[in-house]
Write a protein that binds this ligand. Structure first.
Ligand code: SAH
Ligand code: MG
Length: 892
């Protein structure tokens, strides 16, 4: 990756990564004169706040506040890469000196709290700070140690040895106690400071989880309350629970997840024992670990899994001082769950549909977060475009199409080998590469699927990578040692390096069987894929009488949400919930029980009160209560693409092409051509057409149409002689388009008021007078197939979200079959046309008819071409783009 620009994060981005929504920025206007206003930013973080200087731009004040906060936290925003090892050592020494200064004692730094608490420790431990604490909680020291050796991340002992070594360079200032792994200031703190601080130490109770090793091998997971009363240092309390002498012997893992409030959750366990000899540990960089001591305590598989370090003996998982949430922040699925604050209900979706229906951070963002958490390099995205299909290929498959009428061969030209190319023939696909910090390939995932939009390609590729990683973490059904993994749609190469060294326990939050069962259920649901459902739910935990401490069965609330939105059918909701919810009517309520999730570590609590704590091995099952508050139907675009194969829009185009072929027409006008999908598809279908034109009122669509046509023409397709795009309203007549063979008007009339639709009909049939006119519009009767109707007056007051009336917000109306027939028949009669009705999207015979209804008007007799409009008399349309064979294209 030589020459690759390394991305640096702005201070604000770093703050966002660390604190998310818990970082609150407030901008204050500072009026310096009557016409000049400057800005000052207040940044509130969970533990402290900072105020920036004044700036001319709001943005600058925010960055400055973020920078100040980072300084306070000891985090540097600039790249640590330029620092030499010597500089790193100096920085560590300086930082240790600063940590033990008078001023730091009252600092808002996390370590400040430790120091203040350590001063309450009794006896010789008074004021001494465990080295593990310094190494873990000071971001600056941590980052400098990484400069010396990046492997400190996975080796807390090495990390600690660096801190001890640096502290030893301050003999006049710091007392290093190698036997107990702690540092203390030589000179006592001024008594006044200590006195002032004493009152600040709070008594708190922390809900934590104890993972105990048993003789049998299977770990027992139990809740434990850490009662941190004033005057005691919490690490000493954890040590007590772990059966260790004091807090200095506690090893602290790196963060294994974040609580919902943004706080860090860690694993605490016994420090690996050192060899009993001690000949100047200072001389060694790495202290040898007594191998045999490991045998004394068995390996704690669950704890090791959770923190990615080898843990021996009992462990405690806690987020000290803060409300509990969950420690699933390691897997992509966990990151997503946390981001939605719905650990049980939400799941990482398996497909990205549209930006507007996606909830939570976008897949790309999640992948970046995941990489940062796993100490991997930022993912690299490479976009490529679809190979343009050569004309010869198209003609060949067209030939085939003619030869065999079999349905399967029909779309051959759009799928070359395994590659899926979008209808338009161009598209993007994206490859994601994940590298370790040392640039080794960890995962290379390239989708075979092409997407029309760049963003879709990127998001879907990210999601593919995330789904795969999630399976590795949550289900363990991916063999991480297998170097190459391929599936239908994906080319994946996975090399296990930094990720889990041990086989990952099975069945964390999602398991395969559940997924399969759920896919079956999708077929019987009545709320369709692509809809957004709004639900409120609660999940209770049933603790079996046999297991509960007092012999009674208990029900504990573990998660609830008053209002949350999910997209149906993309896997974003717990499958049990989804299968129930999609069978409900708006306002209905359901209660159901499920088995407890897999027996693995499952720790969660809702609001941080003691009652909300819940667990683990004693769970009999979950009880869900859910109410469907509302449904928002899927958008028209999705309906068209997802409910029909081929898509509804494609079926319309094929319908039109069929009529063109039957008619041997040479001129066509597409009224309301939009972005030119019909015109563009005519380039692929050799017909008798010579001249085609598109008219639309909106510049934007026309510009897209021009671009689309231009790129296709360049590849030398089609038999056409000329193509013109006009800007103008189809309610007005333009004499240049008089007496055409075919007029088309697909899905346009519903975008006008009803009286305008009538006017359009009149203008077309009386003035443009095409021999054939094909008009399509949605059949509103079909809509009930897209969403389930609301129930009678149940919970009216809560029906905050009603079903949309129409498929698209821009529709002014959608007609029943009867309304459409009335409109068309009246027009046909008046202007001497015949009309018949048809449609696309399912059979159309039975109720509710076709999804898209179509009227085909045919001019009755040529002699009836009455109104002879003289050329040039009326030309309200403006030429936007024009192409003719031999002359290329011209833009206006
Ligand atoms: N026929 C296209 C686009 C349908 S969307 C297709 O099938 O894909 C409807 C289009 O009608 C929009 O592009 C809109 O700009 C256009 N439209 C609406 N009112 C119009 C009017 N009065 N004159 C011209 N175009 C109009
Ligand atoms: Mg429409």
């Amino acid at each position: 990756m030589a020459g690759e620009e390394k991305q640096t994060l702005t201070p604000k981005e770093i703050i966002h990564q660390k604190f998310g929504v818990k970082a609150i920025y407030r901008i204050e206007e500072v009026h310096v004169s009557s016409n000049e206003c400057l800005y000052r930013c207040h940044l509130q973080l969970p533990e402290f706040s900072v105020v920036s200087n004044v700036f001319k731009r709001k943005k600058d004040s925010e960055q400055s506040a973020a920078e100040l906060a980072l300084e306070k936290l000891g985090i540097l925003s600039q790249d640590d890469d330029d620092i030499t090892v010597d500089e790193a050592w100096n920085d560590i020494v300086e930082r240790i000196k600063y940590i033990f200064s008078d001023e730091f004692l009252s600092a808002d730094h996390p370590l400040g709290g430790h120091l203040r608490a350590a001063l309450q420790r009794d006896g010789e431990r008074c004021g001494s700070l465990p080295v593990s604490v310094i190494a873990t909680f000071d971001a600056k020291i941590n980052s400098r140690c990484k400069v010396i050796d990046p492997s400190v991340d996975s080796d807390p002992i090495l990390l600690m040895s660096y801190v001890m070594k640096a502290a030893a360079k301050l003999p006049d200032y710091i007392v290093v106690s190698p036997h107990v792994d702690s540092l203390r200031r030589k000179k006592p703190y001024p008594p006044a400071i200590i006195k002032a601080l004493a009152s600040h130490v709070k008594s708190i109770k922390v809900e934590a989880v104890h993972i105990q090793c048993t003789v049998g091998g299977e770990e027992v997971v139990k809740p434990v309350t850490l009662d941190i009363s004033s005057g005691r240092y919490y690490l000493d309390i954890i040590a007590e629970k772990l059966g260790l002498k004091d807090g200095n012997q506690v090893m602290i893992s790196r963060t294994i997840g974040k609580t919902s409030s943004g706080y860090e959750c860690r694993v605490y366990a016994a420090m690996p024992k050192l060899k009993s000899f001690d000949n100047s540990w200072k001389a060694r960089e790495k202290r040898p670990i007594n191998e045999s001591s490991h045998l004394e305590k068995s390996r704690n598989a669950k704890a090791s899994f959770v923190c990615g370090l080898d843990i021996h003996g009992d462990a405690i998982v806690a987020s000290v001082g803060y409300p509990w949430r969950i420690c699933c922040g390691m897997s992509p699925n966990g990151i997503y769950k946390l981001s939605r604050e719905a650990i049980i209900a939400a799941q990482l979706p398996f497909s990205f549909t549209t930006k507007s229906t996606w909830r939570g951070p976008f897949p790309r963002e999640i992948l970046c977060m995941f990489c940062r958490q796993q100490q991997l390099a930022e993912p690299i995205f490479t976009l490529s475009t679809a190979p343009v299909i050569p004309m010869s290929c198209i003609l060949r498959s067209y030939q085939k199409l003619k030869d065999s009428e079999s349905d399967d061969s029909k779309y051959q030209y759009v799928s070359k080998g395994k590659e899926e190319i979008p209808e338009s023939g161009t598209g993007y696909r994206c490859e994601v590469k994940i590298l370790s910090k040392s640039q080794d390939l960890v995962l290379d995932c390239s989708s075979k699927k092409f997407y029309e939009k760049e963003n879709h390609a990127i998001q879907n590729a990210s999601l593919d990578a995330l789904s795969w990683l999630s399976r590795l973490f949550d289900e363990g059904d991916v063999d991480p040692l297998q170097p190459c993994y391929t599936s239908e749609h994906l080319d994946m190469v996975f090399q296990q390096r930094i990720l889990m060294k041990e086989a990952v326990p099975r069945g964390h939050f999602r398991n395969r069987d559940e997924r399969n069962e759920y896919e079956d259920q999708i077929r019987i649901q009545s709320i369709t894929k692509g809809s957004l459902v709004i639900i409120c739910y609660s999940v209770y935990l049933d603790v079996d009488a046999d297991f509960s401490s007092d012999g009674k069965s208990k029900k504990e609330l573990i998660e609830s949400n008053e209002e949350i939105e999910f997209e149906v059918g993309n896997g974003s909701m717990n499958p049990h919930l989804e299968s129930v919810v999609t069978q409900l009517a708006v306002g209905q309520y359901a209660r159901f029980l499920t088995d407890a999730p897999a027996e693995d570590l499952f720790v969660t609590a809702a609001t941080g009160t003691q009652r909300d704590r819940s667990l683990l091995s004693d769970i009999a099952g979950f009880e869900y209560c859910v109410r469907l508050l509302g449904v928002k139907g899927p958008t028209e675009k999705r309906i068209e693409a997802d409910f029909f194969k081929p898509s509804l829009s494609k079926q319309r185009l094929e319908y039109v092409v069929k009529h063109i072929k039957e008619s041997s027409a040479s001129t066509l006008v597409d009224f309301g051509c939009g972005s030119g999908s019909l015109l563009a598809s005519l380039l692929y279908h050799p017909t008798s057409l010579q001249t085609i034109a598109g008219v639309d009122i909106l510049q934007k669509g026309l510009a897209r149409a021009a671009k689309r046509l231009h790129s296709k023409l360049n590849k030398g397709a089609c038999n056409l002689k000329s193509i013109i795009l006009y800007e103008g309203s189809i309610l007005k007549f333009d004499s240049r388009l008089h007496d055409i063979d075919i007029g088309t008007c697909l899905e346009v009339i519903e975008h006008m008021e009803e009286d305008q639709a009538c006017q359009f009909g009149k203008t077309v049939l009386s003035l443009f007078r095409p021999k054939l006119l094909i008009v399509s519009t949605p059949n509103i009767e079909y809509n009930k197939n897209f969403h389930k109707s609301a129930p009678p007056n149940h919970l009216k007051n809560r029906s905050m979200s009603q079903l949309p009336k129409f498929r698209n917000q821009d529709h002014k109306f959608e007609w029943t079959r009867k309304q459409f027939k009335q409109w068309a028949s009246k027009l046909a009669k008046r202007h001497n046309y015949s009309v018949y009705f048809s449609g696309v999207g399912e059979s159309g015979k039975a109720d509710p008819g076709f999804a898209s209804q179509i009227a085909v008007f045919r001019r009755k007799s040529l002699s009836n071409v009455v109104e002879k409009v003289s050329e040039g008399s009326m030309q309200p349309y403006k030429v936007i783009w024009e192409w003719s064979r031999g002359n290329g294209d011209k833009k206006d």
